[in-house]
Design a protein around this ligand. Structure first.
Ligand code: ATP
Ligand code: MG
Length: 137
């Protein structure tokens, strides 16, 4: 069955939104197959966001994420990669629909509380990066 990597970012953890994120995925019918709280290294964070390394906000993003803590999760179920992105909502809170996680809980693109894999390839890479190369959960 399909799996995706979801992470509650430091702002989401500090604001106490971990339970709400978990609740939404459980309510939708998805299964939690991996969960841990970590303070990721800079190297790890840079690898996670490697596609964005040329962006002007990259350093700020890495500075922020690597302060942690991050609650890293793997969720499993039908179409969970695309459905997870739909539940999370648009990157920029100005565009995230009310009812999505970002649309309900945040107002700043640099503090948008949650990450979700954007493709099958990203999900594979990210699950390996955060939970071990074998991805054995
Ligand atoms: P994520 O990968 O964290 O799930 P996303 O896929 O919606 O988010 P990306 O384009 O992958 O969006 O950007 C990764 C993260 O970088 C965003 O979630 C956001 O926190 C930050 N970011 C993106 N664009 C900007 C920006 N213009 N200014 C500041 N931070 C940004
Ligand atoms: Mg992304």
């Amino acid at each position: 069955s399909e799996r995706t990597f979801i992470a509650v970012k430091p702002d989401g953890v500090h604001r106490g939104l971990v339970g709400k994120v978990i609740q939404r995925f459980e309510d939708r019918g998805y299964k939690l197959v991996g969960l841990k709280q970590v303070v990721p290294s800079r190297d790890m964070t840079e690898e996670h966001y490697a596609d964005l390394s040329k962006k002007p906000f990259f350093k700020g993003l890495v500075d922020y994420m690597s302060q942690g803590p991050v609650v890293a999760m793997v969720w499993e179920g039908k179409d969970v990669i695309r459905q997870g992105r739909a539940m999370i909502g648009a990157t920029n809170p100005l565009e995230s629909a009310p009812g999505t996680i970002r649309g309900q809980y945040c107002i700043s693109v640099g503090r948008n509380i949650i990450h979700g894999s954007d493709s099958f390839e990203s999900a594979e890479k990210e699950i390996g990066l955060w939970f071990g190369k074998a991805g054995e959960l």
